[in-house]
Ligand binder design. Structure first.
Ligand SMILES: Cc1cc2nc3c(=O)[nH]c(=O)nc-3n(C[C@H](O)[C@H](O)[C@H](O)COP(=O)(O)OP(=O)(O)OC[C@H]3O[C@@H](n4cnc5c(N)ncnc54)[C@H](O)[C@@H]3O)c2cc1C
Length: 278
């Protein structure tokens, strides 16, 4: 699939940690913070987990060596959560220690619902040791409001709509319902939270966040994906709002690339046109 990598580069920094770090520097040059993610998930073999650990060690050291404004974001199943919670815990502890030593912020991505409770559990344990740790919370889940209330006021939350299609008995499926829950969660964050991130490209959510920010003046940041809505990032920056770009990289980029294409079929058409022309 490597022949498609030039097309995927809109959303993916490349195959290697050097490319990830280089892209983080570009983001910093544009006034954006970076969040580096080594792609891969749902590992069932220790070798895959160990390869992931090696990669994040290099990334954490690289962020420090190059003085980058960058965090890392890890999927718990990359660290073995699907194999054994204690194994994941042990691996995360090592990552936490390294982040803590280098002053790098540590985010936990939220994956599909078999892992929600365990992810919140290990987040809680990790953040007790190192305050510069945050976790994503998905507005498409019915449980999100209860989860959020249980974590307030100290948890650092990245509020997302949710990337996984879940059973309708436990999740909202319609955009209007997900948006409504996002608004409810956002309000709880502004009322009870201290520090959090709104990770969305949706103008309506961002507008509402900006309005609430005028009233509550929280430590707020906006997070966006690499390759998505660059003018919006510039606008947020120009208004003096901290904005970060989530930068995925690594050899498992193909699944991520196709997810971005599915999300916006127009992207696929534009891409095929440029591919045919070149
Ligand atoms: C930094 C970051 C971290 C994330 N981490 C997680 C995580 O840990 N777990 C998880 O489940 N999900 C995560 N997500 C994904 C998230 O859950 C959504 O699937 C994704 O962000 C799309 O939702 P949206 O809020 O942008 O709004 P949507 O409702 O998908 O889109 C609303 C509007 O935003 C604009 N828009 C959206 N996408 C594009 C695009 N590609 N190009 C141009 N305009 C666009 C359009 O105007 C669209 O109408 C993350 C997202 C971000 C930005």
């Amino acid at each position: 699939m490597d022949f498609l990598l030039p097309l995927a580069r809109q959303w993916v920094a490349g195959n290697t940690s050097d490319e990830g770090l280089r892209r983080a520097r570009v983001a910093n040059g544009r006034g954006l913070g970076a969040i580096l993610n080594f792609l891969g998930e749902h590992y069932t073999r220790r070798e895959s987990v160990e390869a992931t650990l090696r990669e994040y060690r290099a990334i954490i050291a690289g962020i420090d060596a190059h003085g980058l404004d960058a965090a890392i974001s890890i999927k718990p199943t990359q660290l073995g959560l699907g194999m054994d919670e204690d194994y994941c815990r042990e691996n995360l502890e090592e990552m936490r220690e390294r982040c803590q030593a280098q002053g790098v912020f540590l985010w936990l991505d939220m994956e599909d619902t078999p892992y929600t409770s365990a992810t919140l559990r290990i987040y809680e344990e990790t953040s007790r040791e190192y305050a510069e740790t945050g976790v994503a919370l998905q507005a498409n889940l019915h449980r999100a409001v209860d989860d959020l209330r249980a974590m307030m006021p100290n948890a650092i939350i990245r509020l997302v709509k949710g990337a996984y299609r879940e059973d309708s008995r436990i999740s909202y499926r319609r955009k209007t319902d997900i948006d409504e829950n996002y608004r409810v969660l956002m309000r709880i964050l502004f009322e009870e939270g201290r520090r959090f991130a709104l990770a969305t490209h949706d103008d309506a959510m961002i507008q509402e966040g900006l309005t609430l920010q005028e009233e509550y003046q929280r430590t707020l940041e906006f997070q966006t994906l690499m390759g998505v809505r660059d003018p919006l990032k510039r606008e947020l920056r120009t208004r003096g709002l901290r904005t970060l770009e989530y930068i995925p990289y690594g050899p498992h980029w193909f699944a991520y690339f196709t997810r971005r294409l599915r999300e916006r079929p127009r992207n696929a058409i534009l891409m095929m046109r440029s591919f045919v022309r070149s």
